[in-house]
Design a protein around this ligand. Structure first.
Ligand code: GLV
Ligand code: MG
Length: 346
C-alpha cells in the first residue's frame, strides 16, 4: 500500500478528442479522471486532442479529483510531444501521466527523465508529477517487477485487459468477461495477481482495466467485486453509469471499516499501555498481523470518505474484551499510524 493512500476506486476514461465529454466529466463522482490521448483518439485527431486536454486541465473545476493524462506509448511518434506540450502548458493541473503499453522499464525511465527536464525548465517542483504504468501485454507482464521498480515517480500499475487479451491470443471479444469454453474459474487471475504482487512489492496502487459492456452493470459489479476482493484499489470506468457501481465495489463495507478502526485502537492500547501482543476483540484474537490488515481497510475506508460511528473505550486493567461505544463526533480521524489512539493517550 502507498504510504499516503489516495483513493483511485473509479478511474474515468475521457477521450481527449471530445470537448463534450471533457466538459461533462467535471461533475462526475469518479476518484480519478484520465484524459486520453491514446487509443480513444484517432491518429488524425491527436494534435487537436492535446489542445483540448491542455484547455481542460487549465480550465480547472475538477473538484479535487486525481487528474491524469494518458499519453501515447513510448514507442510512438506522438509520445514526446504529448508529454512536453501537456506538461509544459498545464502541468500544474496534473497529478500523473499514465503511460500505456509499458513493455520495458526503459519506457518509464524515459518518461521520468523527460518529466524532470520539463520541471527544470518550468521551475515546477522536481518529481511532483507521478506515473501510472499500464501492463497490457505478455512482454510487460514478463518484466513487471523491473517496471514497478523503474522510477520513484511510479504511483500505480494498471492492467489493460483488452490489449492483454489480444497479446496472449485469448479467444474472446468480450473484454473483462470470462472467455467461453475456459474451464478454469477466472481467466484473468494470473495477470491480475502478478501485477498486484509487483505493485505491492514496490508500494504502488493496483488498478484493474475497463469493462466495456456498458449496459451490463451486473457483470461490471461482479468483475469489480472480484478484483476488489483480491486487493485491487480500483477499476477503470468508461461511462458515468459505471461510476457508482465501481465506487461501491472498492469501498470497504461500513462494518469492515468500523471493525478495522476498532482493531487499530484496541491493538494500540493493549500493546502500548498493557504490553500485551495478542488480545481478544469481539470474540476474535487480534495481533500484529491483524493490525496490518486493519490498516489496509482503514486507509481505504477513510480515503473513500467513510465515517466511524463507534469509538474504542479502553478499560484499564479490565478484561481484554472491550465493547465498542457509539462515536460522539462524526469527525474524520487523522490519517496515519497514530490514528485511533484511545482518548487521553499520547
Ligand atoms: C486498456 O487500455 C486495455 O487495453 O484494456
Ligand atoms: Mg490498452
Amino acid at each position: 500500500m502507498p504510504a499516503e493512500y489516495r483513493s483511485r476506486r473509479s478511474c474515468l476514461a475521457v477521450p481527449g478528442s471530445s470537448e463534450r465529454f471533457l466538459g461533462k466529466a467535471r461533475g462526475l463522482p469518479a476518484d480519478e479522471v484520465f484524459l486520453d490521448l491514446e487509443d480513444a483518439v484517432a491518429p488524425a485527431a491527436k494534435e487537436a486532442a492535446r489542445r483540448n486536454v491542455v484547455a481542460a486541465l487549465n480550465g480547472g473545476g475538477w473538484g479535487g479529483k486525481l487528474m491524469a493524462v494518458r499519453v501515447n506509448d513510448a514507442t510512438t511518434r506522438w509520445a514526446y510531444r504529448d508529454v512536453a506540450e501537456v506538461v509544459t502548458a498545464a502541468g500544474r493541473g496534473l497529478d500523473v501521466i499514465m503511460l500505456p503499453k509499458v513493455t520495458d522499464p526503459g519506457h518509464v525511465i524515459w518518461l521520468d527523465l523527460l518529466l524532470g527536464q520539463i520541471e527544470q525548465d518550468t521551475g515546477d517542483p522536481a518529481g511532483r508529477i507521478g506515473v501510472e504504468a499500464q501492463i497490457e501485454d505478455a512482454r510487460g507482464l514478463a518484466r513487471v517487477d523491473e517496471i514497478a521498480a523503474a522510477s520513484p515517480r511510479l504511483r500505480a500499475l494498471v492492467f489493460g485487459p483488452a490489449d492483454f487479451m489480444a497479446s496472449i491470443g485469448m479467444r474472446s471479444q468480450r473484454v473483462g468477461a470470462q472467455p467461453a469454453g475456459y474451464a478454469g474459474s477466472d481467466a484473468y487471475h494470473y495477470p491480475l495477481l502478478r501485477i498486484l504482487v509487483a505493485a505491492r512489492a514496490h508500494g504502488l496502487a493496483a488498478i484493474d482495466g475497463p469493462y466495456p459492456a456498458i449496459g451490463d452493470l451486473d457483470g461490471l459489479a461482479a468483475a469489480a467485486a472480484s478484483t476488489a476482493a483480491l486487493g485491487y484499489d480500483g477499476k477503470w470506468v468508461l461511462h458515468p453509469t459505471q461510476i457508482d457501481v465501481v465506487n461501491r465495489a472498492f469501498s470497504p463495507s461500513q462494518d469492515d471499516y468500523e471493525r478495522a478502526e476498532l482493531i487499530l485502537d484496541a491493538y494500540r492500547y493493549h500493546t502500548a499501555v498493557e504490553h500485551r501482543g495478542a488480545v481478544m476483540l469481539g470474540g476474535e484474537m487480534i495481533d500484529e498481523a491483524s493490525r496490518k490488515l486493519a490498516l489496509v481497510t482503514a486507509a481505504k475506508g477513510r480515503a473513500a470518505g467513510l465515517r466511524r460511528s463507534q469509538r474504542f473505550e479502553p478499560v484499564p486493567d479490565g478484561p481484554a474484551e472491550h465493547p465498542p461505544v457509539p462515536e460522539r463526533s462524526a469527525e474524520h480521524p487523522p490519517r496515519g499510524e497514530g490514528l485511533g489512539q484511545p482518548r487521553g493517550q499520547a
